[in-house]
Design a protein around this ligand. Structure first.
Ligand code: ATP
Length: 237
């Protein structure tokens, strides 16, 4: 059984159909990447999985339960977590306060402290400035903070929307290293990424959306060699 099972999902914004009958499965322990041009519906798919937009039709099952009608906080408690595009760090709050937001639904605050210590070990740039406003962080550091915050919700599925957007090449490299490392630790991920080459490199399964429909899916290594995909997203011919 897949960890996340989406069937015939349709989402509209007023008259705009953003997803039209999307069916896909995200397997436990794997990285699944969603590719597609601007406006293909990638962000909408992640937001619908989280419960931030209501579907017009279709079902969403997570860890064996139908979550289609559950509010966001119940899905987060069930193990779904999204790092949205643009990161949504609260820049006037401290780094520590931002991290703690990720854990606010958890009763086990002792464990939260231990996991925060592990996050600070991993990101010394965050640790040394933990009591400073998050505005002092660079874009790359803010992305690490956003991922740390999402991890503190103890997700079973971490969804990342365009995490490399606006990052320097060094941070993009660190980010993809982190994605691979978290996955080696067993974390399942659903990754929307404009850097198609890197996304296909790290993923176990790839899904291509076009105008709200799944037009291709399969082994990333096979898709990477597909001439249609190369032409559209890989900047090669
Ligand atoms: P991008 O990479 O540009 O974010 P995307 O593949 O994530 O693209 P979505 O953001 O999911 O695509 O958008 C899918 C379609 O829904 C587009 O036509 C977009 O204009 C439309 N759309 C998205 N959000 C809204 C909204 N809040 N209100 C109205 N239309 C929207």
């Amino acid at each position: 059984m897949a960890l996340l099972d989406i069937e015939n999902l349709a989402v509209s914004y007023g008259p705009v159909a953003a997803l039209r009958g999307v069916t896909l499965a995200v397997e436990e322990g794997r990285i699944t990447t969603i590719l597609g041009a601007n406006g293909a519906g990638k962000s909408t798919l992640l937001r619908a999985a989280l419960g931030a937009v209501a579907p017009r039709a279709g079902t969403i099952r997570f860890a064996g339960a139908d979550v289609t009608r559950l509010p966001v906080h119940k899905r987060v408690a069930a193990g779904l977590s999204l790092v949205p595009e643009g990161r949504r760090i609260l820049i006037t709050m401290t780094i520590e306060e931002n991290l703690l937001l990720g854990a606010h639904l958890r009763p086990d605050q002792g464990a939260v402290r231990a996991e925060m210590a592990a996050i600070y070990d991993r990101f010394p740039n965050l640790a040394s400035r933990r009591h400073m406003a998050a505005a002092c962080l660079s874009g790359g550091e803010q992305q690490m903070l956003a991922i740390g915050r999402a991890m503190l919700a103890r997700p079973r599925l971490l969804m990342l929307d365009e995490p490399s957007l606006g990052l320097s090449p060094l941070f993009v490299e660190r980010l993809f290293g982190l994605i691979a490392e978290l996955n080696r630790g067993g974390l399942s991920m659903l990754l929307v990424e404009q850097n198609t080459g890197l996304a296909l490199g790290v993923a176990h399964h790839a899904v291509v959306l076009e105008l709200g429909r799944v037009v291709m899916q399969g082994d990333p290594a096979v898709l990477a060699r597909d001439p249609r995909l190369q032409e559209a997203y890989l900047g090669e011919s």
